[in-house]
Design a protein around this ligand. Structure first.
Ligand code: ADP
Length: 158
C-alpha cells in the first residue's frame, strides 16, 4: 500500500490545492493532507479552522485524510508510514525553495521521494496569499476556493 503526504499551510485551501489533492489521490492508495501547525507566524485561519475546511472539501474522497503536523516533515512521513511527498509547482519562483526542501528531506530520509505535480494552468496564479488579499478587501473569492469552503472562510476570517 502506497501512502502519500501532501503537506502545506493551507491558509486557506484554494482550488489549486484541491486540484493537487485530486490528482495526488489517484497516484497513491491513501493520501494524507498534512496541515503544518506553524507554517506562517501569522495565519489568518487557526489550525483547527484550516483542518475543518480541508475535511469539508475532501469529503468526497474515500482515500484522503486530513491531519496536522509540526516539526520535521520526514518525521511525519515515518509516523504515517508514507514514502511519497506531493508538492505543487506553479512557476520557477517555486522551484528553488522546493528543490532545496526535496533534497534536504531526501538526505534526512533516503527512502522517501518528492513528486512534483505541475499546477493546472487555470490555477497557476492562485495562492492562499492572493485569497487573503481579496478577502481583506471584501472581494469575491468564489473563483479561487472550493465552493464547500466559501461560507466557512467568510465566517472564520479575522
Ligand atoms: P506552503 O506554506 O508549504 O508553501 P501552501 O499551502 O502555500 O503551503 O502550499 C502547499 C503546496 O501546494 C505547495 O507545494 C504549493 O506549491 C502548492 N500549491 C499552492 N498553490 C497552488 C496552486 N494554485 N496550484 C498548484 N499547487 C499549488
Amino acid at each position: 500500500m502506497q501512502i502519500g503526504v501532501y503537506p502545506g499551510s493551507f491558509d486557506p485551501v484554494t482550488l489549486g490545492h484541491l486540484d493537487i489533492i485530486d490528482r495526488a489521490s489517484r497516484l497513491c492508495d491513501h493520501l494524507v493532507v498534512g496541515v503544518l501547525q506553524n507554517g506562517s507566524k501569522y495565519p489568518m485561519f487557526t489550525l483547527d479552522q484550516r483542518i475543518r475546511m480541508l475535511k469539508k472539501v475532501t469529503e468526497p474522497y474515500g482515500n484522503v485524510d486530513v491531519l496536522s503536523f509540526d516539526g520535521l516533515l520526514v518525521d511525519f512521513l515515518k509516523q504515517q508510514d508514507a514514502k511519497i511527498v506531493f508538492r505543487g509547482l506553479r512557476a520557477v519562483t517555486d522551484f528553488e525553495y522546493e528543490l532545496q526542501m526535496a533534497q534536504t528531506n531526501h538526505s534526512l530520509y533516503p527512502e522517501m521521494e518528492t513528486v512534483f505535480l505541475t499546477a493546472n494552468v487555470q490555477y497557476s496564479y492562485l495562492s492562499s496569499t492572493i485569497v487573503k488579499d481579496v478577502l481583506v478587501h471584501n472581494g469575491d473569492i468564489s473563483n479561487f476556493v472550493p465552493a464547500p469552503a466559501i461560507d466557512m472562510i467568510k465566517q472564520f476570517r479575522r
